[in-house]
Ligand binder design. Structure first.
Ligand SMILES: *Cc1c(COP(=O)(O)O)cnc(C)c1O
Length: 364
């Protein structure tokens, strides 16, 4: 049957466009954005300086293969450069993976409250997104394995997960991998890996090294504070990385991103500061807000998820109250969590202010 107008491939019109964290509030000049898991520490001064050097070179194409960035990442993380790829944010890499490995009739599996981009990238390729239930807001390996069918092509696992902040141990990830057919690609999205200080956690480097069907994705958007530049990278088997290189845009990572990324990854002191700030605040925020009756899963990321379910108040009213004070948190109804808000760890001052405002709100 012919259509009288251009029609996209099946699945695309089922996509609800991704809505990022709000950045402004009507009628307010000073707003504090705690809605997108950005860092309150800005970016490394060395990265900013490197970025500044680019203004005289804007007429030149970037290195299409991001070679200096790839080699710098390889060196700092002790990884083989020929098994790495950089992307325009890790989102691009997640999309490339879906573009390459799934299509109509295939299933793409992830956890109930998994990152929204997994669903989008499956639908964009006509594949069927499949969600496995979680236990205690945490990835349930048995439920994932029980949801695998002969149609499953990709399993996306955010570890730690956004928006819940929870994680599964390296042993659990291995158990998941061991239960998968070897033709299913396991994607370990480790966007928050640098923040995790638990001894039983691994981002996935060892598993990628030993296997052919695991790829780990990382980002410069979170701990490195370079969200604006859009830089992600991935480590996978030679075969999978080769496939992604074939289909990526020839100049997918821009020159500013490359120079700033190189400087940022060399500045590991900056990363340590960010971890220390986070380690200080996650327990304070968690305990203070739990003390007010909010339910909060233990988070290993740079954000917490608060559930208003037991407080007699709604998440949307809390969101509006905080907004009236200039604080933007994130509604996560689109993740199936309508009674919850997500909050990024902010500066000392902003974290204290949110705690105080939430207390006022809950007592009002
Ligand atoms: C923020 C985030 C990303 C992506 O980030 P990019 O900015 O595209 O690199 C990927 N996965 C999860 C789970 C995230 O929270």
């Amino acid at each position: 049957m012919t259509s009288p107008f251009p029609t996209p491939k099946s699945g695309i019109l089922d996509i609800t466009p991704y809505v990022g964290g709000k950045a402004s509030l009507d009628g307010q000049d000073k707003v504090v954005k705690l809605s997108s898991n950005e860092t309150p520490l800005g970016s490394s001064p060395k990265a900013k300086e490197a970025f500044g050097t680019l203004s005289e070179k804007l007429h030149l194409y970037p290195d299409g293969g991001s070679q200096e960035l790839i080699h710098t990442i390889a060196k700092i993380h002790d990884l083989p450069a020929d098994r790495l790829i950089c992307g325009n944010g890790s989102d691009e890499i997640l999309s490339l993976i879906a573009n390459a490995y799934c299509g109509p009739g295939d299933e793409v599996l992830y956890s109930e409250h998994g990152f929204l981009v997994y669903e989008l990238s499956a639908l964009a390729n006509g594949a069927t997104p499949v969600k496995a239930p979680e236990k205690n807001l945490t990835t349930d390996v048995d439920a994932l394995l029980a949801s695998v069918t002969e149609k499953t092509k990709i399993l996306f696992l955010a570890n730690p997960n956004n928006p819940t902040g929870t994680y599964i141990s390296a042993d659990e990830v291995r158990r998941l991998h061991a239960g998968l057919r070897s033709d299913i690609l396991l994607v370990l999205d480790a966007a928050y890996a640098e923040y995790v200080t638990k001894s039983d956690y691994e981002a996935g480097v060892a598993l990628v090294a030993e296997t052919e069907n695991v790829i780990m994705t990382r980002t410069f958007s979170k701990i490195y504070g370079l969200s604006a530049l859009r830089i992600g990278w991935a480590y996978g088997s030679e075969a999978v990385i080769d496939v992604l290189h074939r289909i990526r845009g020839p100049f997918n990572v821009n020159a500013a991103a490359q120079v700033a990324g190189v400087a940022a990854v060399r500045d590991q002191d900056f990363v340590k500061e960010a971890v220390a700030h986070n380690e200080k605040w996650i327990p304070i925020l968690t305990q203070s807000l739990r003390g007010m009756g909010l339910k909060i899963p233990d988070s290993v990321g740079n954000f917490i998820m608060m559930d208003f379910g037991d407080t007699g108040k709604s998440a949307s009213d809390a969101d509006a109250y905080l907004a009236s004070k200039g604080y933007i948190l994130r509604s996560i109804a689109s993740y199936g969590l309508p009674t919850c808000l997500r909050m990024s760890v902010g500066t000392d001052e902003d974290n204290r202010a949110v705690i105080d405002h939430l207390r006022e709100f809950l007592e009002s």
